[in-house]
Design a binder for this molecule. Sequence first.
Ligand SMILES: Cc1cc2nc3c(=O)[nH]c(=O)nc-3n(C[C@H](O)[C@H](O)[C@H](O)COP(=O)(O)O)c2cc1C
Length: 339
Amino acid sequence: MPDRQELEQQLRSALEGAKTALEELVPDLKPAPVAPVDTSVTLAGMVMKNPVVVASGTFGFGREYGEFYDLSELGGICAKGLTLHRREGNPAPRIAETPMGILNSVGLQNPGVDAFIADELPFLRQFDVKVIANISGNTPEEYRIMCEKLAEAGVDMIEVNISCPNVKAGGLAYGTRPELAAEVTRMAKSHAGSVPVMVKLSPNVTDITEIAKAAEGAGADALSLINTIRGMRIDVDTRRPILKMNTGGLSGPAVLPVAVRMVWEVANAVRLPILGMGGVSSGEDAAQLMLAGASAVAVGTACFADPFAPLTVRDGLAAIAAKQGLTSVSQLTGGVRPW
Ligand SMILES: Cc1cc2nc3c(=O)[nH]c(=O)nc-3n(C[C@H](O)[C@H](O)[C@H](O)COP(=O)(O)O)c2cc1C
C-alpha cells in the first residue's frame, strides 16, 4: 500500500502529463504570453511610473502609510493641504460617515508651508515618487509666497487648491468665480518658476468648464478634479448637525459618477491634462476617469478603509489595459465612445 506522500506524487505527475498532452492536442489552451503594459504616464511634463497619485488630505505626508508599503510603489504623493501659517483645523466632530462615502470638515489642519519644507519634504524625497504640494491661501499674496518657497524647495508640482469647502476665507470663493480663479492661477504661475502648476477645481459650481477655462487662460499647466461636494447630515433626535461646522465635503464612492461626468466635461472644454479623482477604489473606477479624459488618477477616501487601495487601483488599471490589448495604460485617456 503506497503512503499518502507517494500517492500525492503519483497524482501530481499524472495531472502534469495530462496537461501537457492536452496542450499538444489543443495548442490554443496554452495561455498566450501577455505583453507587459507600460504603466508610465506624463502629467504636464511630469513623468510618473504609474498613473496613481494619492489625494491631498487623505494620505498625510505619507509617514503612516509608509509603514505598510514602500511609497516608491506610487506614481505620486499629493501632500496634505498647506497654508502659509500652521492651522489647527476646525472643531470636532469633523468626520461623519454616509452611505458610500464620508463627510469631512477638517478645515486644512497642517503645520504650515515652512514646516513642510523643513520636516516633511526630506522624508518624502527618500522615495522614488513624485511629490505634489497642495496649497490654499486666504489671499493671492499668500499663494505667491507659498509658490516661491515651494519652487525653491524643489517640489515636482504645485496643486493650487481653490476649492476647499471647509474654510471661510479664500478657499471655495476662488474656485467658484472665474475671475478670481484666473487671478490666483496667474499669481501662482508667475511665482512657481519651472515647477508645473495644477489648479484643483470645485464641483460646487453650476458649470465647471467656466472655471476650467479661466484657469487655462491664466496659464495653468494641468487641472485636478474633483474636490469634495458640499453636504450635511443631521441627528434626528438631537436635531443637531453631525459635524460641528454644520456642513462638510462629501467624498468616497458616492461621488464617482459626478467626478466622471465633470472630468468628461472639462476634457471636452480645455486642452490641459487632467488628474481625475473622486470615489476611486478600483482599477475600473480609475479606468472610467481616464476614459473620460484624465491622464492620471488620485485615490483619496479609499485609503482610509484600505491603505493598499492605491496599489489595487494601479494593478487593476494595468490588468484592464492588458485585457483590452493596449500596450500602455495612457492609451485609455479620452477613449470614451459617447453616444
Ligand atoms: C479628510 C479629507 C481631507 C481633505 N483635505 C484636502 C486638502 O487639504 N486639500 C485638497 O485639495 N483636498 C482635500 N481633500 C479632497 C481630496 O483630495 C479629494 O479631492 C476628494 O476627497 C475626492 O476624492 P476621494 O473621493 O477619492 O476621496 C480632502 C478629502 C478628505 C476626505
